[in-house]
Design a protein around this ligand. Structure first.
Ligand SMILES: [Zn+2]
Ligand SMILES: [Zn+2]
Length: 253
């Protein structure tokens, strides 16, 4: 409903360059030209966390990840128009843009995606109220439609965390420690995220399927690692993660 209203109120022009969108593209938010300007994240990269040009020796970003968390990949570098697009999704109330961001993520390779379940990284409840939606959930649903994979809200955020910007990777890990747990783990994991079906239960076998965490941005991977840790504790066999953007990590050394 909200999306239909957005579409009526907004002129069909590209959010980023204001070029008019063709009739065919009128459901889009970002035009082809702007989307082609997004810079794909490419190898060589750390095989596990997907961070290009890992330093020699052990990769600092993924060394402390839980064992079940096998791999993370991001579609594009978070600069220029890609940053503006994420900003519009997060703070501009423009959830329709999730579809354009998901389109950039379709080619990401994760193991056993054909049997995977997509798991959005949850937001603190206060943030969802403020924003009206969880941007990662919108992104997961848009990607799920393209990959034809179901989305399950397996996780909840147990507390809000301070903004991660300007924290070192180690401080980020401490900041998000214990921030996630399985949804209603004690009473059978009821999935409140299924619209119109609040009694839908997530079968415990969900944890035996490959799980793919979905988030908007990968910065140091601390948030994803913590979400993966909650799944790992609950008994998940294999967890991977995909994000739309990858932030250029400041040099902490
Ligand atoms: Zn444009
Ligand atoms: Zn790594």
């Amino acid at each position: 409903m909200r999306e239909a209203v957005e579409q009526l109120l907004l002129p069909a022009e590209c959010l980023l360059c204001r070029a008019l969108l063709s009739f065919r593209d009128s459901a889009r938010v970002v035009c082809d030209v702007c989307r082609h300007r997004w810079r794909p994240v490419r190898p060589p990269w750390c095989a596990r966390c997907g961070q290009p040009e890992p330093s020699f020796g052990r990769c600092r970003l993924c060394a402390e990840w839980p064992a079940a968390f096998g791999l993370a990949r991001s579609a594009v570098w978070l600069d220029g128009g890609a940053r503006d697009a994420v900003h519009a999704l997060k703070y501009g109330g423009l959830s329709r843009i999730a579809s354009d961001l998901a389109a950039a993520m379709v080619g990401l390779h994760v193991p056993a995606v054909d049997s995977a379940l997509l798991v959005p990284v949850p937001l603190a409840r206060a943030r969802v109220r403020e924003r009206g939606y969880n941007q990662s959930e919108r992104l997961a649903r848009a990607l799920g439609r393209r990959w034809r994979r179901p989305v399950v809200d397996l996780l909840v955020r147990t507390r809000d965390t301070v903004p991660q910007t300007a924290l070192t990777p180690e401080a980020r890990l401490a900041n998000v420690a214990g921030a996630f747990e399985m949804r209603n783990a004690k009473c059978g994991m009821r999935n409140e995220g299924q619209p119109g079906n609040s009694a839908f239960r997530i079968p415990h076998s969900a944890l035996e399927r490959p799980l793919v965490l979905v988030d908007d941005v990968f910065t140091t991977g601390a948030t994803l690692a913590e979400a993966a840790r909650a799944l790992d504790r609950a008994g998940a066999r294999a967890v991977s993660a995909v994000t739309f953007g990858r932030a250029v990590v400041p040099d902490f050394t």
